[in-house]
Design a protein around this ligand. Sequence first.
Ligand SMILES: Nc1ncnc2c1ncn2[C@@H]1O[C@H](COP(=O)(O)OP(=O)(O)OP(=O)(O)O)[C@@H](O)[C@H]1O
Length: 305
Amino acid sequence: MIQLEHLSKEYHGVRAVDDLTIAIPDGEIFGLLGPNGAGKSTAILMLVGLIEPTAGRCLVNGLDVARDPITVKQQIGYMPEDVGFYPTLSAEENLTYFGRLYGMDSRTCAKRCSDLLPLVGLEGVTKHVSGYSKGMRQRLGLAKALLNEPSVIILDEPTANLDPQGVADYRRIIRDVAREGKTVIVSSHILEEVSRVSTSIGILSAGKLVAQGSWQDLARDLSDRSASQITIRVETLDPIPEFHHTDLISMNYDHDRCTAVLIARSDIRDDLAGHLAQNGVRLRGLSREGLSLEETFLSYYRMAE
Ligand SMILES: Nc1ncnc2c1ncn2[C@@H]1O[C@H](COP(=O)(O)OP(=O)(O)OP(=O)(O)O)[C@@H](O)[C@H]1O
């Protein structure tokens, strides 16, 4: 559980973050969206205790980050935009070094390395980090963020350097950790990236939170309706099969109501219906209403300006 309460940060009289209040429950993947300079990194740095707020506070699992920094840091996994590693050490040696800083013994470090390196696609890579591509560094950054088995995971621009396979791995990992009840914050200026993985979002513009809620809440809020929201009801209590489409922006399935809400850039109802039929899922309802996501976000951004 993460709580930001009236959080503000001023740099030389300029408010980078302005009275931010957000509560993120366990198991949520919260997307913090905003254009360059909106204040995302500043908010995150306060949340992980690396800079002090000018006003307000951050709570992680009920603990005040400023008052209990050591305890809070044990519960947080943080991946900054640019992760620092020791260049003359391998991935495993780097993780072991950071594990020791968390107070892990060598057996626990070795176990975490053997769990995490395959997870992020770096199993068997023995070369020094100095020889890594940016994407490999980012994969290792994700492993480092998960190293201490944190209950809260904070990722700043996590997919900036990843190839498509890396992005797919990252999404799978993030969904899995959220399913374990962990709280995840993903900060990005890339709408599609955040929308693909997050269960709720907050939009920052000029330091202010201009919108917050689930994708459905935001979609409902839209005035321009040229893209589409598709709602399906299915005849099964089982999870519905994963659906991939280049025009799909987000898909959220409400298991109890057998209903899925999709946001898409075009009318993908035929493809969706075909996919469900192929997988033996019977449709009970399929409806569509229009909206334009990009336009909506731009209008949210403009609101603060
Ligand atoms: N150390 C600093 N000193 C002065 N101003 C700063 C400092 N760090 C950030 N700022 C200013 O605060 C504002 C918010 O910056 P921040 O880096 O938090 O935005 P962001 O949303 O993370 O942007 P980006 O997507 O470009 O990383 C910007 O106007 C930035 O210039």
